[in-house]
Design a protein around this ligand. Structure first.
Ligand code: ADP
Ligand code: MG
Length: 229
């Protein structure tokens, strides 16, 4: 399968940022308000109340996700650039996604070595989180999330792959397009757009290979900076 290098469609995103964020965040807020109003009534069965709270928390997370993913466009802050050890960064990501992986019966397999690159740790974490979450979400019945770091032609390469649902050619070609999601209400379609943008900001390249029912392989190429520069 040919590797496709994916590019974020920056087009109008930045100019429409403010209106998009407020529009997008209004949906989860409306849902949360509705549940709070229902819970204001006294005669709500306990079980129902718990369900309302659970959905409300999910919607808060969603609103948070939307804002964070948009912010990676709005607020590139070169002053926050530091030297990053990708092994340390990936270990932090793994810590955050392990509960989600466990819930999905996903085993995380790693082969990590220290390599240094430059970027903003916040943004890089967001990128790694978006990619690994997508992989886990592609394996609802369990599977393996594989994460590796290696050197290739003088560059640093991070491989993140899953053996989940995979994507059709058409889906692969739409990665990075804002609002492209196959997850319906659960998806935002902003995760890949943000991930690609972050890698490009770090002078890197994100490419993908995928096969339906076999899995997906993300390949992140980044410049190596020396440990003691
Ligand atoms: P979201 O996850 O909210 O749908 P993303 O921008 O993160 O938005 O991803 C867009 C779409 O790309 C997903 O809905 C899914 O269809 C597809 N996708 C991304 N990563 C994977 C993966 N690892 N396996 C299968 N499909 C994926
Ligand atoms: Mg996603």
């Amino acid at each position: 399968i040919k590797k496709r290098i994916i590019k974020a469609e920056k087009m109008d995103i930045v100019s429409h940022l403010a209106s998009s964020v407020s529009h997008e965040v209004r949906n989860p807020l409306t849902v949360i308000k509705g549940f709070l109003q229902m819970m204001e009534q006294n005669d709500i069965p306990e079980e129902q109340r718990k369900k309302f709270i659970k959905i409300s928390i999910e919607e808060v997370d969603r609103a948070n996700d939307i804002i964070r993913n948009y912010l990676t466009f709005a607020k590139p802050s070169p002053e926050n650039k530091t030297k990053l050890n990708v092994k340390v960064e990936l270990e932090r990501t793994i810590q955050i996604i392990t509960p989600l992986a466990n819930m999905n019966g996903v085993e995380i397999v790693t082969k990590l070595e220290s390599y240094f690159t430059e970027g903003e740790t916040q943004a890089f974490q967001q990128c790694l989180l978006n990619l690994t979450k997508n992989c886990i979400e592609a394996m609802p019945d369990g599977g393996k999330l594989y994460i590796e770091t290696k050197e290739e032609n003088g560059d640093l390469v991070i491989v993140i792959s899953d053996n989940g649902k995979g994507m059709t050619k058409e889906q692969v070609s739409r990665l990075g397009e804002p609002y492209f999601t196959t997850k319906g209400r659960e998806g935002t379609g902003l995760g890949m757009m943000a991930a690609i943008n972050i890698i490009e900001t770090m002078a890197g390249k994100l490419s993908v290979t995928s096969k339906v029912n076999e899995g997906t392989n993300f390949h992140i190429r980044l410049p190596i900076v020396e440990e003691c520069s």
